[in-house]
Design a binder for this molecule. Structure first.
Ligand SMILES: [Zn+2]
Length: 112
């Protein structure tokens, strides 16, 4: 999801289980972001940028690594580091500045 595909991006030294747990945490973080946007009707405040969503996802993935293998990825230590990391992969993350949904695609919900 979100341009990441099936590439786990991790150093093999992190180990297979840690990679998998990190992968699920990462993708789960995107699911949480998407749910915040669409649950209870569309909440425009939840329409964060892909950059923000990736920063949350990589930050969580890094915390999983820290817990599982007591190592972290230096590229994912802070929002700034994650942004720098993402900018080195424009092919994977071409639309970082865009919101998750085009604002036009968000239906106006009637207030009850
Ligand atoms: Zn992601």
């Amino acid at each position: 999801m979100h341009g990441r595909g099936t590439d786990l991006h991790l150093d093999p030294a992190f180990g297979r289980d840690a990679k998998l747990f990190g992968f699920f945490a990462h993708e789960g973080s995107h699911v949480v972001d998407d749910l915040k946007l669409i649950s209870n009707g569309y909440n425009k405040k939840g329409n964060i940028t892909h950059l923000e969503s990736e920063q949350r996802a990589y930050s969580l993935e890094n915390r999983v690594l820290e817990t599982e293998v007591m190592r972290t990825n230096p590229d994912w230590q802070s929002k700034k580091a994650i942004q720098k990391f993402l900018l080195t992969k424009p092919d994977l993350y071409p639309t970082l500045g865009n919101p998750i949904l085009e604002p036009k695609a968000i239906p106006e919900m009637k207030k009850r």
